[in-house]
Design a protein around this ligand. Structure first.
Ligand code: NDP
Length: 293
């Protein structure tokens, strides 16, 4: 078994991003600028946004956080998105999910100018991704592609089974792995909670992408010898043994699956770190007008 080491790859790619950000600053006089909107006080969201902001600073980007109490109206939030859309000093805008129940996440996603949609959730970016056109790819699947690319994992002709069909991970991942590109060119099976014979399907996979949100969902008996296993899951459990007061677990039973896998991502230290890279790369591409002029 070999580790798909998110810590190593993300540090390496961050250095490259920092070099390019310095060039952007030298050429244009301004840093790539990411704005994040955070609504409410969800513990997980707070951690993710703080990490995104911190990493922006690390690579020489400017980052701004706009915070709202969870009572903010949909109207006020949409007006803020519009204001940021119009701001020429902003390259990327993300609205951290989940949002409170009274705010429609679809409305917010569609309100973001697709040219600043560095999370890659806007229908225009998703549509362009389907057609293999330049676009912002959703950050988590993008990070996974960068990881596969870094380790030169051969994906062409392989059977990739994606577990979970969310708009932000499973569905785009299945499309990306099926595209005529590298990484890609897989035969893809997208599975979800209504899938019959899930264990059997996963057992036939050369590449497994687990994005379910259930600790130890993928067990050793579900994984073929030599499979590549990508664990997207982040399941937080309260812990008295860690400084933060909680411990992270993936969707894969790492201890028992790892000996069977050819390559596997750990949690933490895997896909989570690569998600940040996906976001940084999209923000940089936006600042450089690489995707939309
Ligand atoms: P969602 O809750 O949106 O989707 C979960 C998916 O898993 C759904 O499609 C659901 O099926 C499927 N599922 C649930 N139970 C089963 C089951 N018993 N058998 C088969 N499929 C099942 O989750 P996300 O995609 O947003 O996130 C998944 C995990 O990844 C979470 O732990 C999340 O925290 C983590 N995550 C990690 C990121 C990272 O950077 N590492 C980024 C984003 C998410 P159905 O559609 O039928 O309900």
């Amino acid at each position: 078994m070999q580790l798909l080491d998110g810590k190593y790859v993300s540090e390496k790619l961050k250095q490259e991003i920092a070099n390019e950000a310095a060039e952007v600053l030298a050429n244009s006089g301004r840093k790539p600028h990411l704005v994040a909107i955070l609504v409410g006080n969800d513990g997980g969201s707070e951690t993710y946004v703080a990490s995104k902001m911190k990493n922006c600073e690390k690579v020489g980007f400017r980052s701004s956080l706009v915070r709202y109490d969870e009572t903010v109206s949909e109207e006020e939030l949409l007006a803020k998105v519009e204001e940021i859309n119009q701001d020429p000093e902003v390259d990327g805008l993300i609205v951290q999910l989940p949002l409170p129940k009274h705010i429609d996440p679809e409305k917010v996603t569609e309100k973001i100018d697709h040219r600043k949609d560095v999370d890659g959730f806007h229908p225009i970016n998703l549509g362009r991704m389907m057609r293999n056109l330049p676009c912002f790819i959703p950050a988590t699947p993008y990070g996974i592609l960068l990881m596969l690319e870094e380790y030169k994992i051969d994906t062409a002709g392989k059977h990739c089974v994606v577990i979970g069909r969310s708009n932000i991970v499973g569905s785009p991942m299945s499309i990306l792995m099926a595209r005529n590109s590298n990484p890609g060119n897989c035969t893809v099976t997208l599975t979800h909670s209504r899938t019959k014979n899930l264990e059997e399907i996963v057992r036939s996979a050369d590449i497994v992408v687990a994005a379910i949100g259930k600790k130890n969902f993928v067990t050793a008996d579900m994984v073929k010898e030599g499979a590549v296993v990508i664990d997207v899951g982040i399941n937080r459990e309260i812990s008295t043994t860690t400084k933060s007061g909680f411990k992270l677990f993936g969707d894969v039973d790492f201890e028992n699956v790892a000996p069977k896998a050819s390559w596997i991502t750990p949690v933490p230290g895997g896909v989570g770190l690569m998600t940040i890279i996906g976001l940084l790369r999209n923000t940089l591409a936006s600042a450089k007008k690489e995707i939309y002029k």
